[in-house]
Design a protein. Structure first.
Length: 90
């Protein structure tokens, strides 16, 4: 624990852009969809076929999410390079 005169060091943010998380999530939703489609008859017995639509929605939202996070990552990288190029002339 820090004493009164000691200040904690600044915590730097993680360098995470979300592309990997969205890609893995999309693949997992696709796997879940395939498994649920294979178990469709069993789901019908328990009135749980709505899970198929949940997995389909997750899989369908993955590609737009991946596009968005990749676009955002590119914008972040351009922004990081811009001050370095502009700062050289000062």
């Amino acid at each position: 624990m820090a004493e009164d005169g000691d200040l904690p060091e600044d915590v730097k943010p993680l360098d995470v852009d979300g592309v990997t998380a969205v890609a893995i999530g999309t693949v997992l939703w696709l796997v879940a969809l395939v498994v649920l489609l294979l178990m469709r008859d069993r789901l019908a017995e328990t009135d749980s076929q709505w899970w198929i639509w949940v997995a389909a929605t997750g899989a369908a939202l993955g590609p737009p999410g991946l596009w968005y996070t990749m676009r955002r990552r590119s914008a972040y990288r351009r922004q990081e390079q811009q001050p370095a190029a502009a700062g050289g002339g000062e």
